[in-house]
Each structure stands twice: as C-alpha cells, then as structure tokens.
Design a binder for this molecule. Structure first.
Ligand code: TXA
Ligand code: MG
Length: 308
C-alpha cells in the first residue's frame, strides 16, 4: 500500500499545489514533480524529495504564452517555436525575468519553459494561475516515470499526491532548445532537429553537454541492471546467449518495435527489468535523426552510468 494518495481530480491536485504542496503530474512526455514556481518553500521540497542537487535548474510549465513571458523573454525565435509546437514536448531556454528565481534557474541567467499538451497538466497549471516547476518525478539519477505507479515507486511518502493521468504517450523527456542565441538543441526529444529547422528556416546546432544543461550528465536515466547497447537484433541475440551461458539473467529490449512505441515503452521496460531482478539489459540502439536520436541518447546515458 502506498502512503502518498493517487488522485484523479485535477482540481484537487491544483488545490494541493496552491496550498504549498508538491504533486506528481502527468505530462505527455514523462510524469513531473510539480510545485508552484514562485513558492520557494515548495520548490525546495521538490529538490529534497528527488535528492536533486540545487544547481540543477528546473523547467517552468505554463498554460499560456502570457504566463511564459512572466518567467522568460520570448524573442522572435522563441515565439515562432512556441507557435508551432506548444502545447507539446518542447522546452525553450530563454533569458530569465526577475520572477524566475535562483532556486529555479540554479542561479543562471536563463530559464527553461514549456507548455505541456497533456490536458490534465494544462488544467492544473491554469487552476494554479501560475507557472509550475516539474522536473521528472523520479529520484535523482533514476529512470523517469511514465505511469503514476512509477512515481510512487520512487517517491512514496515524500510527496503529497500523484495525479493519475494514465500512461505518458511520448515516453521520453521534451526536446530542449536554447533560444538565447543561435538555436541549439541541448536535449533531443520528440520534436526533432528537422522539425525545428523547418520551423526556424535555418540550421540548428546539436550540443548536448553538461556545460549548457547541467542535467545532461551521463549519470542519468539509469536502471539498476547493467545496460548494453548493441546495433542489431543479431548482436542482441548473440550477447544474450553469451550472458546466459555465464549465468547472467538478461532481457533484450527494442526488438520488433517501431520507434514511437520504443520511446513510449523505454522507461517502463527498464523499470520492468529491474523489478524482475535481471542483471543485464541488452538494448538495440535505434539509428536515425528523428525520435531515434532521443531514444539513443537516453540509452547511451543509461549504459554509461551502468558501465561497471
Ligand atoms: O519532458 C520534460 O521536459 C519533463 C516533463 C515533466 O515536463 N521534465 C524534465 O525535467 O525532464 P528535468 O528536470 O528532469 O530535466 C530538465 C532539464 C535538466 O537537464 C536541466 O539541466 C535542463 O532541463 N535545464 C533546465 N533549466 C535550464 C537552464 N536554465 N539552463 C540549462 N539547462 C536547463
Ligand atoms: Mg529528469
């Protein structure tokens, strides 16, 4: 039995947030751990519940452009991208306003803002009347949650409620685009580089590194099992046989799945593997410039962190 209540009413979730609580919130990408962005005490509880270092900045989730503009300066490029992809799995890095506190931004001069498209998330934010921070609702360094049960698996007893909005349909975190200078993708996601280039009408750089986005460390998205990346189904079968001969129970993921389904079930498969107690996960690395890049990025991080 869980201590943290799993609730189904967006109104109830918003009421808890408005009174200073922290709540697991469904979005179309992964579940977030929400707090009202201007409530410093609640924001500090989010860091504590996740075990997240305070210099890792958070994403402010909004339900309107006007709300976004309270936290960040929407320049022309940002407005163009917002018009094309919001609500949706795209986070814009903007110059911050004074309302975006050091606790949200990690003391940087930028703030990350996104308008999610999950109807329950939008409703909760609207009812709060203010931006809502929502880092992924997992313990720091662990695999992101894509169901309400995943949230309680990690954070039961540490948060005030989880709003159950079903399974997340995208399954990997939002694309992050730095709009403060030449456009740069800092984290690949379901909005692809090609999507952004065709909207902006110019080339977009891809730079994922800890210097720009501190949460982009290799120590992210990691299950307990060791993750092996292979490039084909045949290689997966051979490695599975080798590991089994060595007495290591293993599971193969990513075979026979389209990329949309691979992304949507990736974290569920990793969590399922840990729950079943296998020592090794063999993952077929999808290659391609679209959503494949996001799945590959998360797999590489999981493999790097479990390389032991
Ligand atoms: O899809 C998503 O974006 C999910 C859902 C819940 O919306 N949220 C999410 O949040 O993935 P989180 O905190 O797990 O990841 C946010 C990433 C971190 O890597 C952080 O470093 C980066 O965004 N970030 C946030 N603000 C930033 C800033 N001012 N400068 C650079 N990177 C920033
Ligand atoms: Mg995260």
């Amino acid at each position: 039995m869980t201590v943290t209540p799993v609730i189904s009413s967006a109104d109830e979730a918003a009421a808890i947030l408005r009174s200073g609580g922290i709540v697991g919130l469904p979005t179309e990408t992964v579940y977030g751990l929400a707090a009202v962005a201007t409530d410093h005490e609640a924001v500090s509880r989010v860091f504590a519940a996740k075990g997240r270092p305070h210099d890792h900045p958070l994403i402010v989730h909004v339900s309107s452009l006007e709300m976004a503009s309270r936290f960040g300066l929407l320049n022309d490029a940002a407005r163009l991208l917002a018009a094309a992809f919001w609500p949706g799995p795209l986070t814009l890095l903007l110059e911050r306003t004074p309302l975006a506190g050091d606790d949200i931004t990690g003391g940087r001069d930028t703030v990350a803002v996104r308008m999610p498209r999950h109807p329950a998330a939008l409703r909760v934010i609207e009812l709060c009347g203010e931006g809502v921070v929502a880092p992924s609702a997992n313990r720091f360094g662990h695999v992101s949650p894509t169901t309400a049960a995943h949230v309680t698996d990690d954070l039961d007893g540490l948060i005030d409620a989880v709003l159950d909005g079903g399974k997340c349909d995208v399954g990997v975190e939002s694309t992050i685009v730095d709009c403060t200078g030449a456009l740069q993708v800092l984290r690949p996601g379901a909005i692809t580089v090609a999507d952004i280039e065709s909207c902006a009408g110019r080339p977009v750089a891809v730079t994922s590194g800890p210097s720009r986005a501190p949460g982009m460390l290799a120590s992210h998205y990691a299950p307990a099992a060791k993750v092996h990346l292979v490039s084909s189904e045949g290689d997966a079968a051979r490695l599975a046989a080798d590991l089994s001969r060595a007495g290591r129970e293993n599971v193969v993921i990513g075979v026979g799945l389209g990329i949309t389904e691979y992304a949507a079930t990736l974290y569920e498969m990793m969590r399922g593997a840990d729950a079943s107690g296998v020592s090794d996960i063999i993952a077929v690395d999808p290659s391609g410039p679209g959503l494949e890049a996001a799945v590959s990025d998360r797999l590489r991080k999981a493999a790097a962190d479990t390389a032991r």
